[in-house]
Design a protein around this ligand. Structure first.
Ligand code: HSE
Length: 399
């Protein structure tokens, strides 16, 4: 029997315990072993949870018990989650986590500690909820050159934008619903500011190219300023408003950004609604792939945690999984200098726009305003080229 400890008995932690019971038969079959929750560490009183007999308040108790081989960290926040994870790895216990804040900040150090101690540090649940995206990067895509990743990586913001678009909900009402449904972070600032998405794209980028970029250095715009006019703009351009994280391969540091975008209707990311997440990968010879599933919520995320527990039990000796290193040698390329595609609304006639030093595709002409798509251009060059006309809205486009 494999004995585990759960750190943090909130939405995800309790979901893991519940799913281990409910799916015990499948798990036994897949892992060749039963999994037993021996300890639950939480600062709250767990009376009535069914786990009161296993509740502990001190990490030391878990560290000192050699029968516990896997620690599932689902505490949220970087501390004490990081200290507890490091201590567990040093005590020879594998760690599985859903905590993207810890992975994005300390992942390289924790992976190193895992390797030195012959155990695992796995974090499938930290990106894309129930989508097995890290397993895909670590296995199936390992032999491919990854050129670009575009992701809708935050369930809360996608839920809010969908409700605003489909039902005319206000930002505040939609956020309250996302909180009630258990999608949002304890402090939803990380969701709506784009910080959560930013951490996730840094983790994906680290898996794709081996080095972790500090998420604090990445250009990141959230959805707090999004209003009905942005939805209308996206619709006029032939697309949908989404918060998209993009990373592109480059000779130097990968080029990363997070911002609200017009996702053009032809792009499959445009149909990703509600709490769903999706990751579109341009994988060289393999072509484009898209991974899709529930990006937040109790059971999809708990399921991802359990998939990592199974990965440990099935491949005990492979302690080199999900590996990346710290990126000490380069910061990501400046956003303004990186080439992206843009949807732009300008007050101009076609003659004036034709005189500008750029190539554009006309999307719509209405009331003396032009909606145009301008591809593969740095934002600074875009504004320089449009110097003579009034730009009333400009948003990154995903074509
Ligand atoms: N708050 C996160 C989201 C949870 O909404 O996507 C999953 O990481």
């Amino acid at each position: 029997m494999t004995q585990i400890a759960i750190l943090g008995f909130g939405n995800i932690g309790s979901g893991v315990a519940e799913m281990l019971m409910r799916n015990a038969e499948y798990i036994q079959e897949a892992a060749g072993d039963d999994i037993f929750v021996k300890y639950v560490l939480d600062k709250r009183d767990l009376t009535g949870s069914g786990y009161e007999d296993r509740a502990v308040k001190s990490m030391q108790e878990i560290l000192c018990d050699p029968s516990v081989s896997i620690v599932c960290e689902m505490m949220g926040g970087t501390q004490p989650a990081f200290d507890y994870s490091l201590a567990a790895l040093k005590a020879g216990k594998s760690v599985v986590t859903s905590n993207k804040a810890v992975v994005a900040k300390h992942g390289a150090e924790l992976l190193q500690a895992a390797k030195e101690n012959g155990v695992h540090y796995l974090y499938e649940a930290s990106v894309g909820g129930g989508i097995p995206i890290l397993h895909a990067f670590d296995d199936s895509l390992k032999g491919c050159r990854i050129d670009r990743i575009d992701g809708i990586l935050n369930g809360t913001t996608n839920y809010i934008l969908t409700r605003m678009h489909d039902c005319g909900s206000s930002f505040e009402d939609a956020l309250d619903e996302a909180k009630r449904l258990g999608y949002a972070e304890a402090d939803p600032t990380a969701d709506v500011s784009g910080a959560d998405t930013c951490r996730k794209i840094c983790i994906l980028s680290a898996l794709a190219w081996g080095k972790l970029v500090d998420s604090d250095t990445v250009y990141c715009e959230g959805i707090t300023e999004m209003k009905e006019e942005h939805n209308a703009f996206a619709a006029a351009c032939g697309g949908f408003l989404k918060l998209v994280a993009t990373v592109k391969r480059s000779e130097g540091a990968p080029m990363l950004s997070v911002s609200p975008c017009v996702v053009m209707e032809e792009n499959p990311l445009s149909s990703v609604k509600g709490v769903f997440n999706a990751v579109k990968v341009a994988a060289g010879d393999m072509g484009d792939l898209m991974f899709y599933g529930m990006g937040a919520g109790k059971f999809p995320t708990a399921g991802a945690v359990i998939s990592d527990i199974l990965a440990i039990l099935r491949r005990k000796d492979d302690t080199d999984r999900y590996r990346f290193f710290e990126n000490n040698d380069c910061a990501p390329t400046a956003y303004d200098k990186t080439k992206y595609d843009y949807c732009v609304k300008v007050t101009a006639d076609r003659k004036a726009l034709d005189a500008m030093p750029l190539t554009y595709t006309l999307l719509k002409e209405e009331n003396g305003e032009l909606y145009v798509l301008i591809e593969d251009i740095a934002k600074s060059d875009l504004y320089a080229a449009l110097g003579g006309v009034t730009v009333s809205l400009c948003m990154r486009a995903i074509v």
